[in-house]
Design a protein around this ligand. Structure first.
Ligand code: NAD
Length: 405
């Protein structure tokens, strides 16, 4: 899916580094992953390439999800790892950035095989993981059950309890209830704060969501609850549209029973391309990267683009959108709700003290709101550059203080 993505991720680092007046050698060091770990996972006679990329740990342990997807490549995981470094820094979390991936199609696996892949991944990389080393979490096609298998394998090998090694775990194993919906909730908080700044009433805001998975569904659900009108949603099998507005919970019921949002009866079927081009207030790409590029950016009619997927707008696509006066609220800010909840989970695991759900949700909201407001203070540049300036500056300062540049 993502060749050239790492170069795109670094482009922003170089741009921000220059604006900050950072030394060229320091920028160069920050552009390189610290460790590139690879393995081949053997499951039932088949072999699957696996990666753990540890990008930067100047501000704290490496942190980032593990993706199971047939299009996973080393380049993609490197880009995702770099984005984690900047995302954690922008949110003010005491983490660096990392990411993992296995090039595999989970739709072709039995439950037993999925468990085997998860355990094999840990056998391959366990030495490099730990609550004070590198803390994985779910990403595309991995979930709390996968984290449970991974934690179990890790603890068996290490012969100790170490729940803070993984976040996004089931609540029964030290997870946090708000984690499952946290990225979508964070996206909703950002949309709400943006609406307040633009003096827009939620009921006047129309929204199209590309990708009705974990992130897209919960974002749509919270926005709908607050009065936003969700007029279109999509998944890999197609898209639906309703001017009157969709009820996300009902669409999810139809998806669960019918296998796709297109099973929802009370809406018009449109293509995924049509969805991206709708004249809505808020377009929310929440599926995969490179969905808006220089090829289709001029067809985008939304007023604002809220990036809840990682890297859904390519640099060329963003250039065109900005030229057309369509601000992009960048992934490194907009989808940080997940890692913020992960941080709260990790703090709880480390302390052995657990907050009430509502208290955790309020903490999440205040962390992402602080990040959003800090980025919005920089009126001199676009929002992605503003966010990178903050994120890169903090990581650069930590690296300089350590003296290891
Ligand atoms: P998911 O697998 O739960 O959902 C992805 C959804 O996108 C699915 O419904 C899938 O059918 C749909 N999809 C795939 N290709 C599509 C296409 N071409 N057009 C329309 N829909 C398509 O994954 P998720 O956890 O919701 O993650 C989505 C994105 O958000 C990814 O980029 C991920 O890296 C990013 N993200 C996730 C989290 C998290 O907490 N889960 C946190 C930060 C960022």
């Amino acid at each position: 899916m993502g060749d050239g993505l790492f170069e795109a991720a670094n482009k922003k680092l170089f741009e921000a580094g220059k604006l900050l007046g950072l030394d060229a050698d320091l920028i160069n060091t920050l552009s390189k992953p610290k460790n590139i770990l690879t393995a081949e996972l053997e499951v039932n006679g088949n072999s699957f390439p696996a990666f753990r990329i540890q990008h930067n740990d100047a501000r704290g342990p490496f942190k980032g999800g593990i993706r199971f997807h047939p299009h996973v490549t080393e380049d993609e995981v490197k880009a995702l790892a770099a984005w984690m470094t900047w995302k954690c820094s922008i949110a003010g979390l005491p983490y660096g950035g990392g990411k993992g991936g296995v090039s595999i199609d989970t739709k072709k696996l039995s439950e037993k095989e999925l468990e085997q892949v998860s355990r094999e991944y840990i056998r391959a990389f366990h030495k490099h993981l730990g609550p004070d080393k590198d803390i994985p979490a779910p990403d595309v096609a991995t979930n709390p059950q996968v984290m449970a298998w991974m934690l179990d394998e890790y603890e068996k090998i290490e012969q100790r309890h170490a729940p803070g090694t993984f976040t996004g775990k089931p609540v029964e194993l030290g997870g946090i209830a708000v984690r499952d919906s946290a990225t979508g909730y964070g996206g909703f908080v950002v949309a709400k704060l943006l609406a307040e700044r633009k003096n827009l009433k939620p009921s006047s805001i129309t929204v199209a969501v590309q990708g009705f998975g974990n992130v897209g569904y919960h974002a749509a659900r919270f926005m709908h609850k607050a009065g936003f009108r969700i007029v279109a949603v999509s998944d890999a099998k197609g898209a639906i549209h309703s001017n009157e507005g969709l009820q996300p919970e009902k669409v999810m019921q139809a998806k669960t029973t019918g296998g796709s949002v297109t099973a929802y009866p009370d809406a018009k079927h449109i293509t995924n391309e049509d969805l991206l081009e709708l004249g809505v207030d808020l377009l929310v790409p929440a599926a995969l990267e490179n969905q808006i590029t220089e090829k289709n950016a001029h067809n985008i009619n939304a007023r604002f683009i809220l990036e809840l997927a990682n890297g859904p707008v390519s640099p060329g696509g963003e250039k065109q959108l900005l030229a057309d006066g369509k601000p992009v609220i960048p992934d490194v800010l907009a989808n940080s709700g997940g890692v913020i909840a992960s941080y709260l989970e990790w703090v709880q695991n480390n302390y052995g003290y657990y907050w009430e759900d509502e208290e955790a949700r309020q903490k999440l909201e205040s962390v992402i709101a602080r990040a959003f407001n800090t980025v919005m203070e920089d009126s001199e540049t676009d929002l992605r550059t503003a966010a990178y300036k903050i994120g890169v500056k903090r990581v650069a300062n930590a690296a300089l203080l350590r003296g290891n540049t």
